[in-house]
Design a protein around this ligand. Sequence first.
Ligand code: 13P
Length: 267
Amino acid sequence: MARCTVIGNWKMHGTQTQARDLARGVRRLVGNRFRAVEVILAPPFTAIEATRRALAGSRVRLAAQNLHWQPSGAFTGEVAAGMLRDAGCSHVIVGHSERRRLFGETSRDVGRKLAAALEASLEPILCVGETLDERRRGDTHRTLSAQLSGALKGVPKSAIESLTVAYEPVWAIGTGRHAAPAQVADAHGWLRRALARRFGAASAREIPILYGGSVNPDNAAELARVAEVDGVLVGGASLDHQSFAAIVKVFSTEIPTATFNIRTTDT
Ligand code: 13P
């Protein structure tokens, strides 16, 4: 039974050979251990197949980092949900702040992507998070609210079974500066309440809320102990199999407080 989730987002890093070696390393270190933790790797599109082969037969699952909302068509450079399923992905990241900031994705786009993922039975990992300016202006909750409602507009209650939310404050991503436990507790608590308003308290408790932003083996335990943290979304530290495995290990021993209600995904 998975009590929490640890995801490695490799972003735009790695050839097929590097991806294969990294996935093999993760498989060796976490493959059949730490079963309380759902482990997911998100390679770049070109390395999905190499990663899939390296993970075949293991319990480590595969995510894509992005998708397009149309099932097919004249959309040069885009990849559809059904193609990702076909390539072996069970999950897909939507609304990462790098996509929102650098590629102009709006909450409406994120909502369409999320709906397309659900339609294709891909489990979406919805990223939300405020910029430093928004935090300084006291607009953190307002930003999270807008991103959440934009993405979840029209999403039926039945779909939440496969939804994961990741709180990734933009200012903590890739900076080596993770959010303080009190900041994480506040944001996660707020997200849980917002999800409860939308879907009801019992259903909201089933939705894993992950933290992302400069997570590493040294700060993982501190983050795992924060209320309502059900796992982490790891960028830089997931590019080293030992660091990533060390984070998985932390989450298998620390028992996050809010995770007893998390659905079973690993049997
Ligand atoms: P870092 O762990 O490198 O800060 O990246 C976090 C992230 O963006 C994961 O999606």
